[in-house]
Design a protein around this ligand. Sequence first.
Ligand code: GLN
Length: 498
Amino acid sequence: MDFYGGIKRLQEGLASGEWTASDLVGHSLATIETYDAQVKAFLRLDGEGASSKVARVGNNGCAPETYESHETVHPTRSPLAGIPYALKDNLCVTGMETTCASQILRGYIPPYSATVVERLERSGGVLMGKLNLDEFAMGSSTENSSYFVTRNPWDLSRVPGGSSGGSAAAVAAGMVPYTLGSDTGGSIRQPAAFCGVVGLKPTYGLVSRYGLVAFASSLDQVGPLTHSVEDAATVLQVIAGFDERDSTSVKVDIPDYTAALTGDIRGLRVGIPMEYFDTGMEEGVRRSVEQAIATLRELGAQIKEISLPMTRYALSAYYLIAPAEASSNLARYDGVRYGYRATDPANLLDMYKKTRSEGFGPEVKRRILIGTYALSSGYYDAYYKRAQQVRTLIARDFAAAFAEVDVIVSPTTPTTAFAIGEKTDPLTMYLNDIYTIPVNLAGLPAISVPCGLVDGLPVGLQMIGRSFDESTLLKTAHAYEQAAGFSSLRPTLVKEVR
Ligand code: GLN
């Protein structure tokens, strides 16, 4: 048994008695034991919690309490019952330390669980532990974690991407069948691309942010990292849906996402944004993406060149808006309410200052400084307001494009996974997100699926959909995946674990 065959196969095995839910937990623990000393995806393991969950859901994942899945799941047994998973450590779980890979939250034990976590729990999911990330999800390599660096299972000298690097590496190394990550500017899709797995960022408002530690609230979304598009649809089915505890959650009907995976995309209009192809893309990435576009054409899609002229301003707008929101969101870490407090301060102000100086790492401090500056009176209009205006123009670009096409296709990242320590200058790191950031600014759904290997490293294909049209997006990604056969790739590091 392994986790590369997907969630449905694991369920079939549970139903037929080929294996039990305890076997799945055992396999997850054994794989983590074998590879995580090198990969370092997990910040925290909870083997005991996983076993007690199995005791509750029953060894075939079928105990009665797992039937009470929430309203958006069909009133049958949940497809996630008895299946192990793990969470990026910026999602709160009652009673389990949540650090955001920051020293300032060391020892913080949330008194509540994120809505997405509650939904997975109620569906009978088996939580294995918490995964590494860039501190407060700020970064593209997981090198900004204040605990340790996570490595790419395809090449241990390279980064897994970020900020959901732990979430992508754990799936790629076969430690769990799926994980959740968060995506503010690409943090699900970019690590998925670097690690050769599927990563889905849902439409802003589709998945609740309640209990996701806020980075940039108008951009953050939670989504799954999986081995296949079908698995992404299965997980989305459970986590999507209105939540009154998140004021930006949208009331929409949740369709049956797996039913959309027909494999038939004849006549679908696929847009190729020319601006995405004139930037510094690696030759191997370009070839893989061109090959993928050819595959879509063979499947009967109509390929059209489109223009998204405001793309060139997206990074600048993002690096004002995201830090501005971060500076406000991170003001709450003052040594009074959460986690770390500096010792022996001279007075209250000194306590704030010391706590924040000692508790936050360099990238987080940089963002707080940029954000505070951009929001200060006198600069607000020139920076923050301007960036918001650009954001509107970017959203309009996409709206105009979606009048002509149904899905937009591009690379997920300009390069394959880079070496640990290679990008020392923050600006070169920021450039990595050039294709993913516009999507967050516009609030659209997008997915990264593997589209080939270049020099033994995975390449990701990004597909972008219309707001709340995850069905078309997943259908397209699934049809491509079935035709191209790049899903469920196993990194060379990973041999079968028994
Ligand atoms: N890499 C981007 C940043 O550093 C995006 C991060 C994210 O999506 N959380 O802000």
